[in-house]
Write a protein that binds this ligand. Structure first.
Ligand code: F6R
Length: 608
């Protein structure tokens, strides 16, 4: 979390810093700030809350410095106040930080004993004081940073600006991402390529432990041992135009409506459409017949995509799957079999826990596949094989189009596995491929129910709790629906496998509780209808999401029945996700919540 940027420019950099921070705001928006060199002195400008508060402050007296660093914060240590906003500065150095300095308490005590005067509650401020202590002892900026780094424990990306050094930035990373951008007589640091997209498309990614000394003319990168290292420079091709709301009110709305297009684009990357065959874009370094078990790890929405994929791998490829939330997987020391397969799923490709899970799986000798949306991310770079989701930049904090594309890639992979393991004949493969090809059109058809969902959102927006229930692949989808609603509308919601209802959650049901039943007309439909009866008997308000056949057969009174297009049930979650996303979006609108930047959240979770 937190976005950082640094610029050595040819003219005043404040406009560029703010523009980059805008593109990084998805990483956190509790406060924002920047430091520039005015004359020889470090000047700080910081504001609590969203970036627009900082922009307001800068409007009347914008700094004019040609060198600067900036930050957008997701608070970890200390409240989201102005004094805790980054950059943190001492007399001679200013620093911005993404990550957590785990040993900040002991460092702070030591530095305070030596006379340092702390002004914030953050872990980051120790870094400024630590570097300052070396500068005061006559170290050069470069030596001061080099001496400080081994004393910091935790995960961090840092960018430093020094008093009196108008042609110097130092950046370093360990655990959190940091990239160098190369411009025409200018140089940049940024948390990712998207932040730097309007400035440059020429990017060097630092590796863990690297620290880089930048001037406008030369960039030197050092490894953790202090020796000079060479890192590849690439052109990731992140178009600045892609990060735009176009005519939509929110990124989330735009991203929901992009789903037919991005699902189609992702699918095209993985299929031979005319031959009705799965065609992975790379040769995997193993055969699925030699795999005994797949271990899937991910967080949040990506984790629910993994849960749905578990049904597909087990059903289509008869391949057992274990699925964990990444934050638990890494600590439970799961026994894994060398040569098996680990799949990690991540939109950002930077989620700290998912990255740690990937590293653990690699250390145990597993093959690793990452299903990621940001192909330049750390997770993509560290996995053995990368299967990209081609959703394009997802800016709304609530994941929508990335989820659908993750499902698409996982569905294709499950078919490929089934085929390679001899569990699917060619005829099955082509049937499944035909079903997949239909999905983008069905998503587009599902989007047409938006006016109905808008009305439903008005009906449920005042609810205290909402329950989501489903069976089979609709069970993890129920979890996803509940997550979507709670994270952007702040209505308490829970998802359950419908069969679990009577083991506890049924106690919650009364006339005030809407219950969203996700019930495609499949072999489990009748059982789900029984659960609906149980809800109805207790006065719960049923919202039934089904198709025409299901609507006809479920002869119960509902608050609303949402009829989706008929489809073969295998890949229904990609279509049934649409009303759930729309419901969350419209409920948040009714409640006046900040849809794209819900409170307390950030798009990219780079702390554990
Ligand atoms: C919810 C949401 C989060 C992310 C989770 C993992 O809408 O977006 O739950 O899915 O933080 O993030 P990635 O996919 O970037 O690893």
């Amino acid at each position: 979390m937190c976005g950082i940027v640094g610029i050595l420019g040819r003219g005043p950099v404040v406009g560029q810093l703010v523009a980059s921070l805008k593109r990084l705001e998805y990483r956190g928006y509790d406060s924002a700030g920047l430091a520039t060199l005015e004359g020889l002195h470090i000047k700080l400008r910081r504001a609590e809350g969203k970036l627009r508060n900082l922009e307001e402050r800068l409007r009347y007296c914008p700094p004019e410095g040609h060198a600067g660093i900036g930050h957008t914060r997701w608070a970890t240590h200390g409240k989201p106040t102005e004094s805790n906003a980054h950059p943190h500065a001492t007399e001679n150095v200013a620093v911005v930080h993404n990550g957590i300095i785990e040993n900040f308490r002991e460092l702070r005590a030591e530095l305070e004993r030596d006379g340092a005067n702390f002004r914030s509650e953050t872990d980051t401020e120790v870094v400024a004081h630590l570097v300052e202590s070396y500068l005061k002892n006559g170290y050069s900026p470069q030596d001061a940073v080099q001496a400080s780094l081994p004393r910091l424990r935790g995960a961090f990306a840092l960018a430093f600006l020094f008093k009196g050094h108008d042609d110097l930035l130092i950046g370093t990373r360990k655990g959190s991402p940091l990239a160098i951008g190369h411009g025409n007589g200018e140089v940049y640091l940024g948390s990712d390529a998207i932040a730097l997209a309007p400035l440059t498309d020429t990017i060097t990614y630092l590796e863990d432990g690297d620290w880089a000394v930048l001037t406008r003319a030369i960039c030197v990168i050092y490894g953790a041992d202090g020796s000079v290292v060479q890192r590849e420079t690439s052109k990731p091709g992140v178009s600045s135009l892609l990060v735009d709301k176009e005519n939509y009110r929110h990124f989330m709305a735009k991203e929901i409506h992009e789903q037919p297009t991005v699902a189609c684009k992702t699918l095209a990357h993985y299929l031979d459409r005319s031959g009705e065959r799965v065609a992975l874009p790379l040769t995997l370094p193993f055969n699925f017949s030699s795999i005994q078990r797949i271990s899937i790890t991910a967080c949040g929405t990506a984790n629910y995509a993994g849960h749905i994929a578990k049904y597909w791998f087990e059903r289509l490829a008869r391949l057992p799957v274990e699925i964990d939330v990444a934050s638990e997987f890494r600590y439970r020391e799961a026994p894994l079999r060398r040569g098996d397969l680990a799949i990690v799923i991540s939109q950002s490709g930077e989620t700290a826990d998912t990255l740690a899970a990937l590293r653990y799986a690699k250390s145990q000798g597993l093959h690793t596949i990452s299903v990621v949306n940001v192909s330049t991310s750390t997770i993509a770079r560290e996995s053995e094989s990368v299967l990209p989701t081609l959703a394009g930049p997802e800016i709304g904090v609530a994941s929508t189009k990335a989820f659908i594309c993750q499902l698409m890639v996982l569905a294709v992979l499950a078919v490929a596995a089934g085929k390679e393991r001899g569990k699917l004949l060619e005829i099955h493969e082509s049937n499944l491929v035909r079903e997949l090809i239909e999905v983008p059109r069905l998503i587009a058809a599902a989007l047409l129910i938006e006016p109905q969902i808008e009305k439903l959102a008005g009906d449920i927006a005042d609810s205290r709790d909402v329950l989501y229930l489903g069976r089979g692949t609709s069970a993890p989808l129920a979890l996803e629906g509940a997550l979507k609603l709670k994270e952007i509308s702040y209505i308490h919601s829970e998802g359950y496998a419908a069969g679990e209802l009577k083991h506890g959650p049924i106690a919650l049901i009364d006339e005030a509780v809407p219950v969203v039943m996700i019930a495609p007309y499949d072999e489990l439909f009748e059982k789900t209808v029984s659960n609906m009866q149980e809800v109805a008997a207790r006065g719960g308000k049923i919202v039934l999401i089904t198709d025409a056949k299901g609507a006809l057969e479920a002869t119960l009174d509902t608050l609303m029945t949402i009829v989706l297009p008929e489809m073969v049930a295998n890949f229904a979650p990609m279509v049934y996700a649409i009303p759930l996303q729309l419901l969350a979006y419209h409920a948040a609108l009714v409640r006046g919540a900040d849809v794209d930047q819900p409170r307390n959240l950030a798009k990219s979770v780079t702390v554990e």
